[in-house]
Design a protein around this ligand. Structure first.
Ligand SMILES: C[S@@+](CC[C@H](N)C(=O)[O-])C[C@H]1O[C@@H](n2cnc3c(N)ncnc32)[C@H](O)[C@@H]1O
Length: 231
């Protein structure tokens, strides 16, 4: 039992997503550097939702992936440690009258779903809020609740194994060009205060948890997608 020494994932690290002002600017500021429609398309292609399948979106934020998955699946569990984010995501679902999303105020280390009950999991830009040891616990939990053959779409900032300082500086510069002072400062906070880890460590954590990494993609030097399977 690790209840006494469990990491407190509800305490915010780096960006404080419990603040309404951060939630209000989240979607518009991310539009400056992300192609959300393309990301959603990739998630749908990898997780292959249909009306008999159940999905888990961890660190769902403003709910963009949960809403997209819900349209094609039986049920989506959308979880986040920020109640403010969950409220924003739920408001979007209410406007679109989407009723098959279960929103819960919980996180990687505290969610509770039965073993082998979930067909696919998405973790997008949220696992880096946990230090590495706790990332490994989170990945083991994800592996545990996935059905055999289940798929995991994992997207996050990952530190390159070589020339990391140059690549991080180049990324900060490119984020500034796309989103001005706000995005530059947002990116600096990311590297200064949050827990993105090295590529080789991230890959080892995934494979140690049992996942097979079927495909990897890197964008802008540090944005990495791992398309994983529980075989
Ligand atoms: C950068 S946002 C990503 C939101 C969304 N997944 C996306 O791709 O746009 C990070 C989210 O992770 C949440 N988060 C941070 N630590 C978490 C944890 N331990 N468990 C679940 N969610 C967490 C934050 O509250 C925030 O909503």
């Amino acid at each position: 039992m690790i209840t006494k020494w469990l990491y407190n994932e509800f305490q915010q690290t780096g960006k404080d997503y419990t603040l309404q002002k951060e939630v209000d600017v989240y979607d518009p500021s991310h539009d400056d550097f992300r192609n959300l429609a393309k990301e959603i398309q990739e998630v749908i292609e990898w997780l292959r939702p249909n009306k008999r399948l159940r999905f888990l979106d961890i660190g769902c934020g403003t709910g963009n992936f949960s809403l997209a998955l819900a349209a094609h699946s039986e049920k989506v569990y959308a979880i986040d440690v920020s109640e403010t984010m969950l409220k924003a995501a739920k408001a979007k679902a209410d406007i679109k009258q989407i009723k098959n999303i279960s929103f819960s105020h919980t996180g990687y280390l505290n969610f509770n779903l039965p073993e082998k009950s979930i067909d696919g999991v998405i973790s997008s830009l949220s696992l880096h809020h946990l230090p590495d040891y706790w990332k490994s616990i989170a990945l083991e939990k994800i592996f545990h609740i996935l059905k055999p053959g289940g798929r995991f779409y994992f997207y996050d900032v990952v530190i390159p194994d070589h020339n990391s300082i140059d690549k991080i500086n180049a990324f900060i510069k490119s984020q500034e060009l796309k989103g001005g002072d706000f995005m530059r400062e947002d990116t600096i906070i990311h590297f200064k205060e949050e827990y993105s880890t090295l590529d080789w460590i991230m890959k080892t954590l995934l494979t140690n948890a049992g996942f097979v990494v079927i495909r990897e993609e890197i964008q802008d030097g540090v944005l990495k997608k791992f398309f994983c399977e529980k075989t």
